[in-house]
Design a protein around this ligand. Sequence first.
Ligand code: GLA
Length: 729
Amino acid sequence: MSITKIGKYFHLQGKKMSYVMEIGSDEMLHHVYWGNQLDQIPTVLYDRAPYRRQKRIEGRNPDSVECTREFSHYECPIYGTSDFRLPALHGRNEKNGASVFDLRYAGYNITDKITQPKGMPGMMACERTQQLDVYLKDTLLSLSVTLHYILSPEIDCIARYMTVKNDGLEGFILNEVMSATIDFEDGNFSLYTLNGTTLREFTPDIRAFHPGVTLLGSTRGSSSHQHSPNAVLLRQGTDTFQGECYGLSLHSGNFVLRFEKDCYGSCRVQGGIHPLDFSWLLQEGESFDTPQLFLSYSSQGLNGLSQCQHSALRRHVVRGDYANKERPLLLNTWEGCYFDVNHERLMELGDACRETGIELLVLDDGWFGKRDSASSSLGDWIVNKEKFPGGLAQTADALKEKGIRMGIWVEPEMVSPNSDLYRAHPDWCLHVPGRVRTEWRNQLVLDLSRPEVVDYIIQSLDRIFQDGKISFVKWDMNRRLTEVWSQSLPAERQGETRHRYILGLYRILEHLVQTYPYLLMENCASGGGRYDYGMFHYFQQGWLSDNTDGVCRLKMQNAASVFYPPEIITSHVAACPNHQIGRVTPLSFRADVCTLFNSGYELDLTKMSKEELDEVSKICGRMKELRTTVQGGNFFRLTRDVMPEKEFGWMCVKGNRAVAGYFRPYCEAESAYWHIGLNGLEDTARYRDIASGLEMMGRDWKNIGWRPNWREGDYFSEFLLLEKVEQLP
Ligand code: GLA
């Protein structure tokens, strides 16, 4: 398991995966293979080239090599000669406008020193991680390109990114640059994606590939509710339990995932920065790094792929002290109090938290400036002394005495026109001189491409966190970017603004992680509007959606779990009727839906009856008991269907413990009551059902399955707790 160069081949070998490239006789880097692990690279692989290319190789084709590029598979396809598919990069020489590329192989390096794209999140090294850099050169354009491949052999994932450097004296304008390209020999896949909008994030979809380009992306400045920057290519017949699948995961800003099925049935897959309104000027000696694209592979269905994705996030992405620590059970004030927060209310809630076993109280919106509604004060990160006369520190200290830690909400990328910050610096927001500044939730977006704006945000946050009293921060972003133009950039660099914005954001987040590693950081963008691998380099958990309805949540959590482990996905028990869709569900069902994820509460405990509070206490006890298995555990979905609609099953396995949960929101007349095959247990270990004492081998729990105590009625949910009692050789 490692990266090797054998003759003209590069072989990236994981535990169960191989990725092979070849330095072609044309000195271009060809894609050869990505799939199940190969023991060796037989030279016969070259014959996998499409038929037309084969004819050329055999000399039966009168066309010259330059004419036949569209038959080949490349790692860094270029535009301007005979490959008419989507290129890995595109741009122009500033002086003569030429845009024809010719990138030839110029060497390689294999090392265990891992690099990350400049100023951006990237895969972190851990044991056995290796990096391959392949150098390509265009001598006429004076451009050098480095393709970076970081292999985590244990996890079967590769992080890829690209560096483009201008070695010449003339400027070069990049206007399209992909993090990675994979040219599959065939296009016999379907595509699993997650789509939606606010309150309806993570709605899965499966589509077939047709000739032409399929494109998913965001032009909103964040990775968006509309299309998640995560996707999976599914081989025909792949389901939750078996079959080949390929995972793709991208970063936090404008992104594109595009798939081109060509006239020969081959499929080019690419991910990178969305090219719309993007450009980057490279002056002499300057270079540009793309964000990383994570690639993962499994031949064991979507559950197998999730094991790769979850491990990659846990071991290579998430940082901070909480990366490997149990996340506390929290109560967030938003749905219980909205903007009506003050010291006294927090004290009452703190008492209720203590009584029920909740460990952390998060003060959501409304604590700063003159913020009594969404109409003012973003940017003025100064505590409102009418609501909190002793400042946040006094409230935090008083909560600490009750045994409760304190967290706060912030939305630092924004400015309200009605704020002291805006009055002092009206030019600090993204805007085009002379045009309307679109207000969205009454707010504008600060121009994070400007270093002085980034510095202001860092100073404001330092003022809040430096006394160490706050243990948790929920970072929000409640609108999209419009009128993108920066006062600080010259005309020829305006196409850089969006990417510079993301770099500015990453700089602030890097500062927080480095300076306050003990902080638990929650990612939110009106719910799941920026739920991506870039953000989770800084955040240890993420608010999946503002929709807290238990039934809606089943689908969203199920889909999000394909890419994100359960401790990342926060899920709160909220009040009924549900504030977003008005549905009434029993407290027990709402709580069960949260329990196999990072669970918490979002309701006014002080309005609950004694009976309800007793129930909440019991639920908290169980959430805490189970979270030791849930958080950091191996997570499996229990429905074969990758897009279940009516029933949902989840399972977490860690050490000697396992917990399975089954959910059927709506009862149907005369429906079958079946056994649920369990996943993730060891075949040759014996497990006991803690409640009934029933013991079976792991493989029998899988094959015979678990029979929940089915009941008629809506909102059925049940858990099964297993403990390993014997391990057979
Ligand atoms: C967004 C978030 C909510 C809440 C509000 C506060 O909508 O998604 O959870 O924090 O902002 O204004």
